[in-house]
Design a protein around this ligand. Structure first.
Ligand SMILES: Nc1ncnc2c1ncn2[C@@H]1O[C@H](COP(=O)(O)OP(=O)(O)OP(=O)(O)O)[C@@H](O)[C@H]1O
Length: 499
């Protein structure tokens, strides 16, 4: 019988009275705020899933897109008590039917969902802001942990997808971890500690005024586990990977745009950096107008002769990418470069701040071999210790001189994994012994001599390539000019005229 206005006024009055005498304050966090989805609602839902346990009598269960984990949440109209800095927070999940006549530009769910947070009035100024920040951070963390890692790669020729994104992604499911990685345990520990320090170093980087990023250079012969190490790093930290194919990037500004479109908590990888951009012939004969080495443009060894003029990323562009102001858009990013030939890289690229940690991925050592034996044949620690025929001892004696990569050892062990364990090990030992004999043969070169010869061959190749480039530049003055433009800031035509 009450008219609606009176009903409303009574309810307001009652509320006021209740608020005056209650020692609690209440906050409603609705799922939809106007017409937008309320981010805080989603965050609270995820956050509470970490407090709700399977032991609860009734929980909602969800699995998000691209996630292999299930999350628990509060069911309709259920309550949960949480504590933060000694204060108690009570959460209630409130679900009511939405009135049919509600008008909206987009279809709204039939149910109106929201959380009500109840905290004591005295705690409000002390904890509310910090508590909400804590909820957002924890939710982001949980989401990242539950979500599958993504592996991004830059689209061919810098093409954008329908959302204007230059990266394409696929779920990243590489099983490599630091447990399965074959390398000296002490070295592994050192790298893991460094990564841990980095990931937890927000306050440190803030305090010291450093950009929150870190560079790792992985170098060593092919097949020693550089890619496996990157996968292990991503799995360890729970970061996504951006695999940057430099030969698909044509200008420094394209490189910068790619960087801007990467997210925080990610690893940006440039594999075989020595093959992707020409950082080699800095000291060898330069054409008269050649700019300083840091500003040289050049084609990658992987690019064909026709790409030479198209690819004009400069070393300075790359240095800016890892170290300049642009590298700090976003935070918590790791740069990993890999190379088989560290001596080919410009020292400017290797200095601390750009590549903070240089990790040598060596041929298979004895501790690494033991890890591979455990991975592939299921050997337990100490299983072969004290054997009569001293298999382990013999392996230890030959492994270093055999100079075999973990990839080759893995292949041998995979081939023999169905055989009896000891038989598989004996065959491995035979292979290692024969490799050692091969290396020691009078005609066979020592490792140092082989390396020297390899370097000579490479230098010869580079000189030939350089001559070829010069010839092409002379034949096509415009192209030659373009390559220089990046540093001189001149129009291609101008430079061409100079030539
Ligand atoms: N240190 C290692 N620990 C475990 N497995 C390894 C290791 N090194 C190589 N392997 C095995 O060998 C295969 C090839 O290794 P990976 O691709 O990681 O080597 P790489 O050093 O990146 O080689 P490249 O320089 O040719 O790219 C991997 O699939 C992995 O199974």
């Amino acid at each position: 019988v009450f008219p609606p206005e009176l009903r409303f006024a009574t309810a307001k009055l009652f509320n006021r009275l209740f608020n005056c005498f209650s020692s609690y304050c209440y906050f409603d966090i609705t799922e939809i705020d106007g017409v937008n989805t309320n981010e805080l609602y989603n965050a609270v839902q995820v956050y509470l899933s970490s407090s709700a346990s399977v032991a609860g009598s009734r929980l909602s269960l969800t699995r998000a897109l691209n996630s292999s984990a299930f999350t628990f949440g509060l069911s309709n109209n259920d309550r949960l008590v949480d504590t933060f800095r000694g204060a108690t927070a009570t959460w209630e999940h409130v679900v009511t039917q939405r009135q049919a006549q509600t008008f909206s530009w987009r279809p709204l769910p039939d149910e109106k969902r929201g959380f009500t947070l109840r905290i004591e009035k005295k705690d409000k100024p002390l904890i509310l802001q910090a508590y909400l920040d804590h909820i957002m951070d924890t939710a982001n963390d949980i989401r990242r942990r539950n979500q599958d890692r993504l592996l991004y790669t830059n689209s061919r020729g810098g093409a954008m997808d329908s959302r204007g994104h230059p990266w394409e992604s696929v779920p990243f499911k590489h099983p490599s971890t630091f447990d399965t990685l074959a390398m000296d345990p002490s070295k592994k520990e050192e790298i893991m500690a460094d990564l841990r320090d980095f990931a937890e170093g927000n306050a440190f980087y803030q305090k010291t005024g450093r950009a929150w990023k870190r560079g790792y250079l992985l170098y060593g012969p092919p097949g020693t586990g550089k890619s496996s190490m990157i996968a292990a790093m991503a799995n360890f930290l729970g970061y996504d990977i951006y695999d940057l194919e430099l030969t698909e990037v044509h200008t420094n500004s394209e490189l910068r745009k790619l960087l801007m479109k990467t997210t925080s908590k990610s690893i940006i990888v440039i594999e075989d950096i020595d093959c992707s951009i020409n950082l080699t012939n800095r000291s060898s004969k330069k054409p008269p107008n050649e700019p300083p080495s840091e500003f040289r443009a050049g084609p990658g060894a992987r690019t064909g002769p026709d790409d030479a003029t198209a690819n004009s990323i400069t070393l300075s562009g790359l240095l800016n990418f890892t170290d300049g102001l642009w590298s700090c858009c976003g935070s918590e990013r790791i740069f990993v470069f890999t190379t088989n030939r560290i001596e080919k890289l410009d020292p400017a690229l290797l200095r601390s701040g750009r590549m903070d940690m240089h990790i040598f991925m060596s041929y298979c050592s004895f501790p690494a071999l033991k890890i591979l034996m455990k991975n592939y044949l299921g050997f337990d620690d100490g299983e072969l210790d004290g054997e009569e025929d001293g298999l382990l001892k013999q392996l230890e004696e030959v492994i270093d001189e055999a100079e075999i990569t973990p990839a080759d050892v893995s292949e041998l062990l995979i081939k023999n994994r169905r055989r009896e364990k000891r038989e598989a090990i004996k065959e491995l030992l035979e292979v290692l012994k024969s490799r050692r004999v091969e290396k020691k043969k009078p005609g066979s070169r020592s490792a140092a001599a082989r390396k020297k010869r390899l370097n000579e061959e490479l230098e010869e190749e580079e000189e030939e390539e350089e001559e070829e480039q010069e010839k092409r530049a002379l034949e096509s003055p415009k192209d030659g000019g373009e390559a220089m433009d990046m540093c001189n800031g001149k129009e291609g035509g101008e430079k061409g005229d100079e030539n």
